[in-house]
Design a protein around this ligand. Structure first.
Ligand SMILES: [Zn+2]
Length: 166
């Protein structure tokens, strides 16, 4: 079990609070680790409380996680970035929740209990954000793929400009 980060969801949303943090992937629950090739990497998250356009208390959760998954072809590890951004609408009564979901099937609604574990929400988001099947562009050339994905260093670009001018 991972260490929970507990918030009172209704109070959090009512007061428009924001919670930002970072944790190692290794601190997450085993149910996340079982989908990964190893437990290296970092998770960054932001939870924001607010009222939506219909004045309903809501939470927005953004998660960015750099994880390692297994390539389905060569079974070697490959980096993968999970980036999710969800809004959860809070309800205090099941009937209201059911009613709202019936009107809007895309609504992500939960019954707000006194305590909500932010870490468990983050874990759910990562599990849902993981791809079903990932493959290297070219197995065995991971270093090459990574180098290509890297953004050019702006100083390196400047240096090249200077050289070509002289
Ligand atoms: Zn591969």
């Amino acid at each position: 079990m991972s260490n929970p980060i507990l918030i009172d969801p209704l109070k959090f949303a009512r007061e428009g609070r924001v919670l930002t943090g970072k944790m190692p992937v290794s601190a997450l629950d085993e149910r996340v680790h079982s989908d990964l090739s190893d437990t290296s990497g970092t998770v960054e998250y932001t939870v924001e409380g607010f009222r939506d356009g219909s004045s309903r208390l809501s939470l927005r959760l953004r998660v960015n996680a750099d994880v390692m998954v297994s390539c389905q072809r060569c079974l070697e590890a490959m980096p993968y970035q999970v980036a999710t951004d969800v809004v959860v609408t809070l309800f205090t009564r099941q009937e209201k929740l059911d009613e709202a979901v019936e009107l809007d099937e895309t609504l992500d609604a939960i019954l707000a209990l006194e305590e909500l574990d932010v870490v468990a929400m983050i874990e759910d988001e990562i599990i849902m954000g993981l791809p079903h099947s990932t493959k290297h562009d070219e197995c065995g050339s991971e270093a090459l793929t990574r180098a290509k994905a890297d953004k050019p260093n702006p100083f390196a670009v400047l240096a090249t400009l200077k050289i070509s001018k002289s």
